[in-house]
Design a protein around this ligand. Structure first.
Ligand SMILES: N[C@@H](CCC(=O)N[C@@H](CS)C(=O)NCC(=O)O)C(=O)O
Length: 201
């Protein structure tokens, strides 16, 4: 039995967790979730009923972890220390991981759903400022380096990279050169192909 249960649906952010597991070299037990018929075990673990939801069966204890960005970092902490940031990489790692999970995700989702802050006052109140400020900020970051922390792939790239991978595939992120090049670097990874490939169960 695997030490991890991943509640899963291929058309969801659970794919981010699946890729993170592949990078960590750990195979979780997948529990397929149908949106219209969510298992009680998912709702018990996560009353939000959202995917990804992970249960870590750790010794005597079961630990629930939700939020794709947190799951990525948790797996690196528990299973793949090489994918954690070194001390000189920590600022970039946490800065961009949390920027992608908060401001970037909000900017992209709001924009895709047809809402953008109107004017300077609303931009000042919205944590993401505006969609175009987020795109420009990420473009500047990804034009200056290959990965979030510089030359080296870390677990932050699974989450940040997923924002670009999904966003470019669904047309919600602008197809800028730096974004496409980053996506191509990530897609060339063996663990990406393994994680994003079809589930075996
Ligand atoms: N903040 C969560 C968002 C998770 C989320 O919204 N997942 C969607 C699928 S991509 C979901 O489970 N939707 C089903 C529902 O809300 O009932 C994360 O980053 O993991």
């Amino acid at each position: 039995m695997s030490s991890y249960t991943l509640f899963f649906n291929p058309m969801s952010r659970a794919m981010i967790a699946k890729w993170a597991f592949a990078e960590a070299g750990v195979e979780p037990e997948l529990v397929m979730v149908e949106w219209e018929n969510k298992p009680q075990s998912l709702l018990d673990a996560n009353p939000m009923g959202k995917l990804p939801t992970v249960i870590h069966h750790h010794g005597e204890h079961d630990h629930v972890i939700t939020e794709a960005a947190a799951i990525c970092h948790y797996l690196a902490e528990m299973e793949a220390p090489d994918l954690l940031p070194r001390s000189e990489e920590k600022a970039d790692y946490f800065r961009w991981l949390l920027f992608a999970a908060g401001p970037m995700e909000s900017a992209v989702m709001n924009h895709a759903m047809g809402w953008d802050p109107a004017g300077e006052r609303q931009e000042g109140m919205a944590g993401f400022g505006s969609y175009s400020r987020v795109m420009d900020t990420m473009d500047a970051m990804l034009s200056s380096r290959d990965y979030v922390c510089g030359d080296r792939f870390t677990m932050a790239d699974v989450y940040v990279g997923s924002q670009f991978d999904w966003g470019l595939n669904f047309g919600t992120v602008e197809p800028r050169d730096s974004f496409r090049a980053y996506q191509a670097r990530l897609q060339a990874r063996e663990a990406y192909r393994q994680g994003m490939g079809p589930a075996e169960d």
